[in-house]
Design a protein around this ligand. Structure first.
Ligand SMILES: [Zn+2]
Length: 69
């Protein structure tokens, strides 16, 4: 990105110009959101809840196995 004040090139992550310390305009937001596998965060919560419920149900409804019998 070029500085609007002195036209010096600055890296895109710079907030102020390295040469004249002028404030640089914010770069355009890139629409590249890397969500894990396209899943929303609440989706993962749902998966964990369902998984936990299944695991809990298995523990509750499984017949108790007494060792040594
Ligand atoms: Zn500048």
């Amino acid at each position: 990105m070029d500085c609007p004040n002195c036209k010096t090139w600055n890296p895109d992550d710079k907030v102020v110009c390295w040469r004249c310390q002028a404030e640089l305009p914010k770069p355009k937001p890139q629409k590249k959101k890397k969500l894990s596998g396209g899943f929303s965060p609440w989706m993962w919560v749902l998966v964990v809840v369902v998984f936990s419920a299944t695991l809990l149900a298995q523990c509750l409804f499984m017949p108790n196995v007494i060792p040594g019998q």
